[in-house]
Ligand binder design. Sequence first.
Ligand code: SF4
Length: 464
Amino acid sequence: MTTQHGKVLPILQTPENGRYIPTSKEAQTRTWERLYPQFRTPSQSLGQRKAIGCVALEITQRCNLDCTLCYLSEMSESTLDIPLAEVKRRIDEIVYEYGPNTPVQVTGGDPTLRQEDELIEIVRYATERGLHPALLTNGIKATRELLQKLAAVGLRDVAFHVDMTQNLRDEKKRLYVSEEELNVIRKKYIERVRGLGIAVIFNTTLCSTNFHELPMLVRFFRDHADVVGMCSFQLHADTGRGVLRGRPDAIEPRNIIRLINETLGRTINFDVVDIGHPHCNRIGYSFICNRQAYDLWWDPEVINKLYNEFAGITLDRRNPKQAVKTILRHALTHPRLLLKGLPFILVHLWRMKWDLLRSGFKVHKLSFFIHNFMHAECLDPERLDNCAFMVMTPEGPVSMCLHNANRDLYITKEFKVNAGGEEKVFNPVRQHKREYWAKKLPTVQFIQPVRQEEKKAPAEMIVP
Ligand code: SF4
């Protein structure tokens, strides 16, 4: 296997890829072959259940916030939105690379800053090409009307990023001073999207200024699991133009898992599923019933058996009732599945019995996701080569960590765009910044991944 992690080239680019759209299975097989042998385990979802975790489609570099932990780069505000024709070409590339049903994050900057009709067209086109689009936004401009329009053209998920790194203010321009205060905004967004048939995710960056509030956040998401389907915790990474530096040692996946489980008073198993490199992603699934959490995969063995039985069945997370019906229909027509699955479900029901009665048989699924982004100066090539989260660039997919570490080099690169049958070179750098960037570019070094044994933690990572 050839890897290209050291160059401004997508690590997965396969020039012989051609224009052939692979089936999901073919795309998964390609991913499986990319993974290092030690990660080809029964619990590995990449290459067995999905071709990739997700692909980011950055449709603008502009943002309406100035976060203390911003992953955007110096030149982000000095670049133009890429033409719609190029956005569509990148959507096509995602299909060629990973096949149908691939989750696509429509992101930026904040994608809602893009012209509304263009944003709608992007989501519509991605859906038409068989992808599963999600909107990644800070929520400020994501009105209910806009979300309704996006849902109508196929939007699957909306992921709201709300946290203390954003320096948010209330109507009286007073800064919010804690994550708990920010729950006002989270509740507003929950009501905004309720009933629209879009799966809801909340993203939170965990850093030195908010880590002590993790238990409060876990309780908040547990108590709003009727709408929130996933809470995703992203670990502070030293990359981009943000000003906050240094990730305290306590902010690491195992400690976060411990705190989530202590807060829930239950043990959610975060080791049932791997998504790419085990140091990158951890996920735990729970059922929430009467504000109590239950580990969805209480029997880890059953997951692989059931996944195999459900191969080829697509569940729509936007519509839990429909998903349950699909599962039941499939189970009833496959008696072997009933034999395997029934004891698993009966144990669930028995464990939850009192909470089921107290809640009127209301159960919601809530996933806890931990994404351990890497610092720009500590890129581990092993993790890049087994990455589950790509961004689509003009030259193909690139690991998001590698992209964030070298963002200016990627987003300022010229590319050819075909508009109305005419091919033109598009320079993404705004006119008034071109001279400045032409002078600066030769001084910008591409940040290379560093082998594990050579890696040194920067001094500012150690916080007393
Ligand atoms: S983006 Fe970075 S942290 Fe995320 S899966 Fe890829 S290499 Fe791992």
